[in-house]
Structures are given as structure tokens and as C-alpha cells.
Design a protein around this ligand. Sequence first.
Ligand SMILES: [Zn+2]
Length: 203
Amino acid sequence: MILLILGPPGSGKGSQIEKIARKFNLKLIPSPGDLFRKIGNSEVRKYIASGRLVPDELVAKLIFEEIGDTENFILEGYPRNISQAETLKNFLTKRNKKLDKVIYLKVSEEEIINRITNRRICSRCGRNYNLITNPPKEEGKCECGGELIQREDDREEVIRTRFNIFRKQTEVLLDYYKQKLIVIDGEQLIQKVFEDICKELVK
Ligand SMILES: [Zn+2]
């Protein structure tokens, strides 16, 4: 089985991918960003150090190396646009494979903002909190005594900008993949989201 998962930042993709990979025995192919950090490819480093985008051909090469001969895997963060989707399709077709399903975790902008703006991190030990789902025992303080702060990236304006970029990128992919698309209500509890995904995958 070959899967792709799509969802805005803060949709809970990370935990779902791990659960899906474990349950269906799929290799987890890291997103391009994670892959760049993991492999430390010198060519990639040159681009990142100079603030330039890593070219599509190089991204594809690294992702496809990671896929290798694997029969069953799940992709995240690649493809991001139609041109990459076509490149992936060609790669798979040449190997008599195809993308089976595309899972879309649908979460509204307001819900994402609600989730992320409630995140806090300890300025001393780096521990993560959420004021709603995982609040500290003492307001504004970590268990280690450190002060809880909000990450610059977790502010509302930053999230709205990121969400809108995601929406623009993803709308075209959702249309491109409409035959394979599974839309899941990502605003439910993690376990319920996972159950819904499983139900659709075994259909
Ligand atoms: Zn702490």
C-alpha cells in the first residue's frame, strides 16, 4: 500500500502517520524538510545555507532514494505541487506501482489557531505544554521552575499566514487526487481520527 497524507500544520499529521505506519506496516518516508536535516547532504546544505530553495529535481532524487525498493510506504510533505505529483507518478509507474490513497486531515483555520496559540514551551528545559489539553500545574511555570513562553512561530499572524499558504498549495492537490482522496474530520480526538482513517483504508 502506498499512501500520502495531507493536512495543515497543527492538524496532528505526525501522530497519525506513526499510527498508520505501525498498523499497516508501512515505511515512513520523511518530509523533505526532515529528510534534509537527517541526511546532511552537502549539496542540500549549500542551498539551505544560502537561503535558496532546494530544486525539485534534487528533492525528488532524495525522496526516491529513500523510497528505494520499498513496496509499502507513506509520504508526507511530498508532493507539494502538481509538478512534483507528476514526477512521483512517473517514478511509481516505471516500477509498476501506484499511489493508492491520499488522506486529507481536514481541520479549520480557527481550530488550528486555537490549538497552536495555546502551545507553551519551557524556556529552561524545552518541555511542551498546551494551556487547554496539557496545562502546567502552576500558571506560567514549568515543573522544573522555568518560565513558560510562546514560540515566535506559534503566534496567530504567523499561523494564519502558514495556513493560507498551505490552503493555496493543497487545494490544487486535493483536486488532482480527487479519485484517491479520503477526507477525514481532523477535529476529533486523535484515536477517533485514526479509527476513521483505518475504516477507509480497509474498505
Ligand atoms: Zn522546564
